[in-house]
Design a binder for this molecule. Sequence first.
Ligand code: DQA
Length: 143
Amino acid sequence: MKLLVINGPNLNMLGIREPEIYGTRNYAALCAYIMDAAAEVGASCEIYQSNHEGAIVDKIQEAYGNIDGIVINPAAYTHTSVAIADALSSVAIPTVEVHLSDVMQRESFRRHSFVAPIAKKTYMGLGFEGYKKAIRHLVKNEE
Ligand code: DQA
């Protein structure tokens, strides 16, 4: 199974960015964690990070016909991007949404997700573990 993990804007700043919310481990540590989680279930995995909405749309479109499952943390675009949600609907690849923090317990503008309605499942507030759960859900149908 071929997975694509997409991380949106500012996630490359993990470790520096608001450590009280996002933790002290950096983006390289997240990528290593994701690759281990994929290897554990025998999946191949590409990780892509961008701070640009259109680049994320392009990446989702490129996944069409090539990728079996998408894990996406759209970061701030979660709450603003119809374009990313439309791209995910267009390719119709099974998708799981992840947030490191519990967006429901933060500012009210974070409570709405354009991606949630098209995602099979959303994990939030679990830190790095949310990515592992997302991968295991896509590959093994685990909850
Ligand atoms: C986030 C939550 C978003 O509201 C925020 O804009 C992010 C990260 C998370 O992983 O908790 O950049 O998606």
